[in-house]
Ligand binder design. Structure first.
Ligand SMILES: Cc1cc2nc3c(=O)[nH]c(=O)nc-3n(C[C@H](O)[C@H](O)[C@H](O)COP(=O)(O)O)c2cc1C
Length: 344
């Protein structure tokens, strides 16, 4: 039995990879806040071949994050083969392939979403990685290169034949970028026609949406990205809703009851463990400004927090602002216009 699938049965909500955000500290934090499976941001197979320290650092994880996947991208089969072996040596639990990155610098070389244009190439990449490693392999895709070439059903067929463990679908084409809505009807259709487990992804901002999309699409899991940057309780709330609807057994999950104060304590301690003071301050500024959206006084708070020069000032500002609110005050569940660019 596929161990990743077993994990999804216990908790189907997976943290989407997001470059510059889902670093080691943030993944530990989200795991603590109720998500099931985490994946690193995209890691360059060519960067691994050249032994780039910056690239290797992206693969760092802590034991509490398991099961942890390392996402790799690249166009060169030899580099991908090498990267597969390196990820296996790192002790990660699975390898995730990035076939969704729409960024021109990546697709121009034939990597990321560009691979979707050629299903023969898709098959070659799957074969290369599967022969490089005995780890489970997953893939994250867009629905196609453009509206005229949506080919996820065929891709899923190949992925199943090559022994991949799941296909995660961000319901937009590469041509769409982040415009329009993630097409969950298409995702549902792909799921109905595929033998391989499917994760649906895109535009989930509330627990109600997470559970509704999971049920309506019959997907094996739901991958959530930007939603948890506005609402850090999103995974926990989604799991709790499944328990309430008796879809999940209470005994299988651990309820998390974190206040705003707990959230920032957890974040601060994870970033203290994993990164430099400079990065910790930057990430705390970004996350607290996203979490504050929609709360009264948030515009002024955001101005002040970005002026803060050190961690003491940042934490002082955060405490002063968020202590007034309890978690249920977060109302701004909307991704419209929020982070309309990324690597998948
Ligand atoms: C800032 C940012 C960075 C991203 N980086 C990655 C990445 O490294 N790999 C990847 O597969 N997808 C990446 N994505 C895409 C997300 O994983 C996800 O597919 C997309 O944001 C849609 O889901 P959401 O609406 O839940 O955010 C990124 C998205 C954003 C906003």
């Amino acid at each position: 039995m596929n161990s990743l699938l077993n994990q999804l049965k216990l908790n189907p909500f997976v943290l989407a990879p997001m470059a510059g955000i889902t670093d080691c500290a943030f993944r530990s934090f989200m795991k603590d806040m109720g998500c099931s499976i985490v994946i690193t941001e995209l890691v360059s197979a060519t960067g691994l071949k050249y032994n780039s320290k910056k690239t290797i650092d992206l693969m760092k994880y802590s034991e509490s994050q398991r099961p942890i996947g390392v996402q790799i991208f690249g166009e060169n089969l030899e580099d991908l083969d090498y990267a597969g072996k390196i990820v296996e040596q790192s002790g990660a639990d699975f390898i995730d392939l990035n076939f969704g990155c729409p960024v021109p610098k990546v697709v121009k070389k034939g990597a990321g979403a560009a691979i979707l244009k050629d299903l023969k190439r898709v098959e070659q990449v799957f074969k290369t990685i599967k022969s490089a490693t005995s780890l489970p392999v997953t893939v994250k895709v867009r629905t196609g290169w453009d509206d005229q070439s949506r080919n996820t059903v065929d891709l899923c067929h190949i992925a199943y034949n090559e022994g991949l463990s799941w296909v995660a679908i961000h319901g937009r084409t590469r041509a769409q970028g982040y415009k329009g809505q993630s097409d969950w009807e298409y995702i549902k259709d792909v799921k109905a026609k595929s033998k391989i487990p499917i994760l649906g992804n895109g535009d989930i901002c509330t627990a109600e949406q997470a559970v509704q999309k999971l049920k309506e699409s019959s997907c094996d899991g739901v991958m959530i990205g930007r939603g948890c940057l506005k609402n850090p309780w999103l995974f926990q709330e989604s799991v709790n809703l499944l328990i309430k609807q008796k879809i999940l057994d209470k005994g299988l999950t651990e309820a998390v009851n974190a206040s705003f104060e707990d959230v920032f304590k957890k974040l601060n301690s994870q970033y203290s463990l994993c990164t430099s003071d400079k990065i910790r301050v930057l990430q705390l500024k970004k996350l607290s400004s996203w979490y504050s959206a929609g709360l009264p006084g948030s515009t002024q708070f955001r101005k002040e927090i970005f002026k803060a020069e050190n961690s003491e000032q940042v934490l002082f500002n955060i405490r002063g602002f968020f202590n007034k609110y309890d978690p249920t005050s977060i109302k701004s569940y909307n991704n419209n216009g929020f982070l309309m660019g990324g690597h998948g």
